[in-house]
Design a protein around this ligand. Structure first.
Ligand code: UGA
Length: 437
């Protein structure tokens, strides 16, 4: 089977490598020469555990190649569209420029028998519009949303918890093509749902909207907990034991960031507005607001503690939007670090992987190369991303390296008892000892 993947960003690079690892002759296509050059050498343009090995294996075996020439997609059995759909400048809506350009440039290279399978996250209605464009070539179109998480992208692609095929009514050949692509995954008993285009598009955005809502729900409880002296982590444990609720995605803290959840809930809301259903998804505005308020709260807490101890130097641990990633798109941790610096505080930040990506966004941010350097001379320590590296810190040893005696845990990730025993005042979002806002 011959596979092409258009767009070699997060989604596309992982998908192409995964397709090659399943034994298919795969070509990844991207307009960015530099990215393609790196991928040709088997080097991913971003940090993702397991991906370098998978890429190199495909490139070395000759099953995986990368090009900027879209005509090389011709003759593929399935062409996946995996380009980005970022937030439009000056609007909450999704920018479909890249999806439209990918499909337009693909049209001359399509023929009967080829399946175009969209993976990008798109506003409902997009797949039907693109299917109409593709139809005159004789090829057909399906929408096959992707649910991978950064940091687990390889695992999620090769072992997804479900496959969703959005197909046109009666398009059995689209189903057969996707079944052939995913044969080894289906053999393991993975759930596969065949739905129409609109359902497939909505499955993706509603899944992300639900996850964002779950996080903002627990962060709303964190806001209240700070006022009434409750402990949001115990609350999450207690409600999470109800199987109908579940404990996952109930970690209170600085909230969600990244290239997906924030822009997806905004684009979903914008699309609902266009469809005359603004009220239906009005709660997503609250979800967004609760999420952003946690960053304000973290900045205020750090400021307050700096005032209290009479210092202005803060060590920020973590800049990535979540652990095991160098992605800083809409990162709560980077936002907090930037705002503290803009407020005149002396920031020294450290992240195990995100130094380069963070500097591209905030070039003036002082980012050092270790926890030890970050905390040296600090008055307050603020944790923004819950890397295992930070969970593993020995607070007794750290206390010898820094004059700081206050740590503000923005992710409820540190062992508060151990840090307190080592002489630190531990404040965490949504915890009883944290002074009310
Ligand atoms: C998210 C979804 O989880 C994936 O299923 C989806 O495929 C992907 O978006 C996408 O649309 O491409 P991802 O952005 O990699 O994946 O990150 P998540 O693991 O969902 O985390 C998002 C944010 O929520 C992070 O900033 C994380 O720190 C935060 N979070 C997560 C919390 O604040 N609390 C939690 O309990 C869980």
């Amino acid at each position: 089977m011959k596979i092409a993947v258009i767009g070699c960003g997060y989604l596309g690079a992982v998908h192409a490598a995964a397709m090659a690892s399943l034994g298919y002759e795969t070509v990844g296509v991207d307009v960015d020469e530099a990215k393609v050059d790196r991928l040709r050498r088997g080097e991913p343009p971003f940090y993702e555990p397991g991906l370098p090995e998978l890429l190199r294996a495909g490139v070395d075996a000759g099953t995986l190649r990368f090009t900027t020439d879209i005509s090389e997609a011709a003759g593929s059995d399935v062409v996946f569209i995996a380009v980005g759909t970022p937030q439009k400048a000056g609007s909450d809506a999704a920018d479909l420029t890249y999806v439209d350009a990918a499909v337009e440039s693909l049209l001359p290279h399509l023929a009967a028998g080829t399946l175009v399978a969209g993976k990008s996250t798109v506003p409902v209605g997009t797949a039907q519009r693109l299917a109409d464009l593709v139809a005159p070539t004789g090829a057909s179109l399906a929408w096959n949303p992707e649910f991978l998480r950064e940091g687990f992208a390889v695992e999620d692609t090769l072992r997804p918890d479900r496959l969703v095929y959005g197909v046109a009514d009666g398009d059995d050949s689209a189903i057969a093509s996707l079944d052939a692509v995913y044969a080894s995954i289906l053999e393991r008993g993975t759930d596969r749902l065949v739905v129409n285009f609109a359902t497939a598009e909505l499955v993706k955005v509603s899944a992300n909207a639900f996850l964002a809502t779950k996080i903002s729900f627990i962060n709303a409880m964190a806001e209240l907990s700070e006022t009434v002296g409750a402990d949001v982590t115990q609350l999450a444990d207690a409600i999470g034991l109800d199987a109908r609720i579940g404990r996952r995605f109930l970690n209170a803290g600085l909230g969600f960031g990244g290239g997906c959840l924030p822009k997806d809930i905004r684009a979903f809301q914008a699309r609902a507005d266009e469809l005359g259903h603004g009220e239906t998804l009005g709660f997503l505005r609250e979800v967004d607001q609760i999420n952003l308020r946690r960053r304000d709260r973290m900045v205020a807490l750090v400021e307050q503690e700096l005032e209290r101890v009479g210092g202005d130097r803060v060590a920020v641990l973590g800049l990535a939007f979540k652990p095991n990633s160098d992605d800083v798109r809409d990162s709560p941790a980077l936002d907090v670090a930037r705002r503290l610096q803009e407020g005149g505080r002396v920031v020294r930040a450290f992240d195990p992987e995100a130094k380069g990506t963070a500097l591209r966004i905030v070039p003036t941010l002082p980012i050092v190369d270790s926890v030890e350097e970050a905390v040296d001379g600090a008055d307050v320590i603020a944790l923004g991303t819950e890397w295992q590296h930070f969970r593993d810190i020995d607070p007794v040893r750290l206390a010898e390296l820094t004059p700081a005696r206050v740590v503000i845990d923005g992710r409820n990730a540190l062992d508060a008892a151990a840090w307190s025993a080592a002489g630190f005042t531990v404040l965490a979002l949504g915890r009883p000892d944290t002074p009310a806002a």
